[in-house]
Write a protein that binds this ligand. Structure first.
Ligand SMILES: [Zn+2]
Length: 448
């Protein structure tokens, strides 16, 4: 059956045409300049023959999932200007001054910890090249520039402002092995992302191409590890208004990038597949126009370093080509280690010009029965009547598979979540022991 085009759809296709016209103009202007004016890093061998030759005679060391994810991040330029794992000088400088030794703003050490015994057994030394393996397959070549140790307690104090072992970041640092290797990373093959991750995988260079194709002049990043509730949608829309600002209305040149964090999971977290597919559902069901909204992901193991981590998130999205980044209440925080708006204030404390992405600072949101909608602490004055959207409350509704009101959950998003539970979550939209044990990996490496 032919479907008549509505007036609005007609307008949309005009928009699309003007976008296509834009595409060629934009491509010419596309920039690969990332954080602090440095060229986006890309260090990946794409020819299996060449990779085989390069790794043949090299010693091998196995790395953890976190290190593997960070190798991929480094090699595709998410951490530009870093081309490898940091040496002691950079770690010192990052801890003390939040800068690399060359003065580039950088908040969190990016380090590779390995077993000291393995380094001894293989008599590894500075200037050696080694192969890092993950899941028993070759992942990357590391050109060792330095082998060193570091005081992990001192590093935790600098990054987290605490050495309390209950802080998950401190715990992670405590669990690091005692020998660190520094040096440049080159991936020996592009990772193969499994469905549904494959269609959301955009490296900084590819994301910049996509942004140019869409003709965006401004893009605001929304970081999430959640399936979108009504409040998240409201905040993204608010951030889009802030970012769009005084831009001309004839052509929409402001986009939203939903940048999901994919990393280690804990029991009770939403499953990764549902986070991506439910965010995309807001677009498929037209709560966001396709020409202003995109979903992708970054592999990162959260440190919960509050303000310092907010800076790192900003740098990653700057490298992805975003011009603005949304920061909510308690961004990247945990417990009561940081004030609810510390991650907002830190952007006033860094040197001007050290970051080429603007923070969009958002406050708290809630459901207000008097306003009859999801609203915002900066606007709604019905402070007595407000009803917080607690994650726990929403979780219990979802767990019981009861469809919540459309203000809390869009029905299409809820249906998608239930489908994901069946397809990927062994019946649950949240991580269970079974999911953690049996889930398919996010990516696989070539055999070589
Ligand atoms: Zn109200």
């Amino acid at each position: 059956m032919a479907i008549a085009k509505t007036k609005e759809e007609g307008m949309n296709s005009q928009f699309l045409e003007s976008r296509v016209g834009n595409r060629y103009r934009s491509k010419a202007k596309m920039s690969y300049t990332g954080h602090c004016g440095k060229e986006i890093v890309e260090r990946v061998i794409t020819s299996p023959e060449e990779a085989k030759k390069r790794i043949e005679a090299l010693p091998r060391i196995a790395v953890t999932g976190r290190a593997a994810r960070e190798c991929i991040d480094i090699a595709y330029g998410f951490f530009t200007p870093l081309a490898g794992f940091m040496g002691k000088g950079d770690v010192d400088s990052v801890c003390k001054d939040m800068k690399l030794t060359d003065g580039t703003l950088w908040p969190i050490p990016i380090i590779l910890d390995v077993d000291g015994k393995a380094v001894e057994q293989k008599s590894l030394k500075q200037v050696d090249d080694i192969v890092l393996t993950y899941s028993e397959k070759p992942l990357a070549i590391l050109e060792i520039e330095e082998i060193y140790t570091y005081d992990k307690t001192q590093m935790a104090q600098a990054v987290f402002g605490t050495t309390d072992a209950k802080h998950p970041g401190v715990k992670m640092f405590d669990g690091l092995k005692d020998t660190f290797l520094a040096g440049k990373i080159t991936l020996v093959s592009p990772p193969r992302f499994q469905p549904p991750f494959d269609k959301f995988w955009f490296t900084p260079k590819r994301m910049r191409q996509k942004i140019a194709e869409k003709g965006f002049k401004r893009v605001v990043a929304h970081q999430t590890r959640n399936v979108p509730h009504g409040g998240h949608e409201w905040l993204m829309k608010g951030a889009w208004f802030s970012t769009h600002g005084e831009m001309p209305v004839e052509k929409l040149q402001t986009g939203i990038l939903v940048s999901c964090i994919i990393g280690p999971k804990r029991i009770g977290d939403y499953i990764d597949e549902a986070i991506l597919l439910c965010q995309q559902k807001l677009n498929d069901a037209r709560y966001f126009r396709d020409d202003v909204h995109m979903v992708s992901f970054v592999m990162w193991d959260m440190r919960y370093a509050g303000p310092r981590e907010a800076i790192l998130h900003a740098i990653i999205r700057e490298n992805l080509g975003c011009t603005h980044h949304m920061f909510g209440r308690d961004h990247a925080g945990v417990g009561s280690y940081y004030g609810p708006y510390d991650a907002h204030r830190i952007f006033d404390q860094i040197e001007q010009g050290s970051l080429n992405i603007k923070p969009i600072r958002v406050l708290e949101w809630w459901y207000c029965p008097v306003c009859g909608e999801v609203t915002y602490s900066g606007l709604c004055g019905h402070s007595k009547e407000r009803q917080a959207f607690s994650g726990t409350m929403i979780r219990s509704i979802v767990q019981d598979k009861v469809k919540p009101t459309r203000l809390i959950f869009r029905p299409e998003v809820f249906d998608e979540l239930m489908e994901c539970a069946e397809k990927y979550g062994f019946g649950s939209p949240f991580c269970t022991e079974e999911y953690l044990a049996k889930r398919q990996p996010v990516f696989e490496l070539a055999e070589l």
